[in-house]
Ligand binder design. Sequence first.
Ligand code: DQA
Length: 151
Amino acid sequence: MKILVLHGINLDMLGQRDPAQYGHATLADVDAQLQALAAELGAELACFQTNHEGALCERIHQALREAADGVVINAAAWTHTSVAIRDALEMLKCPRVEVHMSNIHAREPFRRHSYVAEVATGQICGFGVDSYLLGLRACVDQVRARQNEKN
Ligand code: DQA
């Protein structure tokens, strides 16, 4: 099972960026925890971060070509602005789990709307690094459930 984790703009700054919202873990720490959990769950994980919106869209197109089994995405600020990322995600037919470290519903009003949510299987937010880990578990469960339906 191939799962892709996508990190959007500014998430390369985790560890230095607003620790009250995002804690002290770096992106490398997050990816290491995800890789350890993926190994436990029997999934193969690729992680990708970019500060360029088009590059994120192209990575999503690549996921379609590679037939990724599932995607976990923290689109960061693009969550609230990007129709382009929403449309790219819509093309994928696999489970897509939206994650956020902070609780986007309990912050500034502009963070409450998510374009990603419209095309996601579900959303997990507010649990710091655990949002990613819960998101990966949910994604793997969704993929397995679909595989069981087919058999
Ligand atoms: C975020 C929440 C977004 O509103 C914000 O722009 C981010 C990070 C989160 O993980 O909590 O960059 O996606």
